[in-house]
Write a protein that binds this ligand. Sequence first.
Ligand code: M5T
Ligand code: MG
Length: 242
Amino acid sequence: LPEPGTVEFKDVTFGYPGAEAPVLSNISFTAKPGQTTAIIGSTGAGKTTLLNLIPRLYDATEGEILIGGVPLKELGREAISQNISAVPQRPYLFSGTIESNLRFGAQDAEEEELWEALRIAQADGFVSEREGQLESKISQGGTNVSGGQRQRLCIARALAAKPKTYLFDDSFSALDVSTDAKLRAALVEPTKDAAVIIVAQRVSTITDADQILVLDHGEIVARGTHEELLESSETYQEIVTS
Ligand code: M5T
Ligand code: MG
């Protein structure tokens, strides 16, 4: 059996209910623990849709998705939520405290572990400056923190859960380039045994990924490392120079 956390797509096709054309066609790849798999492609290419199939927000129309060698449909909701942390493209905070938001998926974490997750996510600074710190109130939807702070709190929440698989949907886009770089450097150690899948807009976010999938109109049109794709893929070259 593949290692726990491994994500396998086998010839996956998906169309939204009621839509005529599929949004994803014949997607096959393996994201292994200890590796970063990046997905890049223009807006509407199907990147979010692809990620959302992994925690079963939708089910594949054709083909199969397996986690650690087990088909998603046999895994059950509980195993999926315990093993996968997803940071969505529009990260969401609940009304409550920073602590209650971080504990979603990490109920038993020590307070020190929450701070560690905040440090990695480059969020410890602004949290420690807020009155009440971990007890500081978050309004519904997180409207009383900035977009970049919301994104970092959601990354900290994902880290606190210590999953085997991480899904980051454009999670670094609201960060300036220097915070983005610091955060990704800090992520290396805590995610080193996990499968990490990153959807990115900026090529600089993914140049060191173990494999990059180039998605175009719902199909993987090229795959490889940054250096390989610079040589082989016109679509990738266009993304790099755009
Ligand atoms: C891919 C359509 C969307 C687009 C295609 C989420 C969603 C998407 N779509 C629906 O019909 N219903 C939905 O609920 O699917 O969209 P995506 O996966 O959101 O693309 P992306 O993540 O690569 O785009 P972006 O802008 O985040 O870079 O035709 O209309
Ligand atoms: Mg998207």
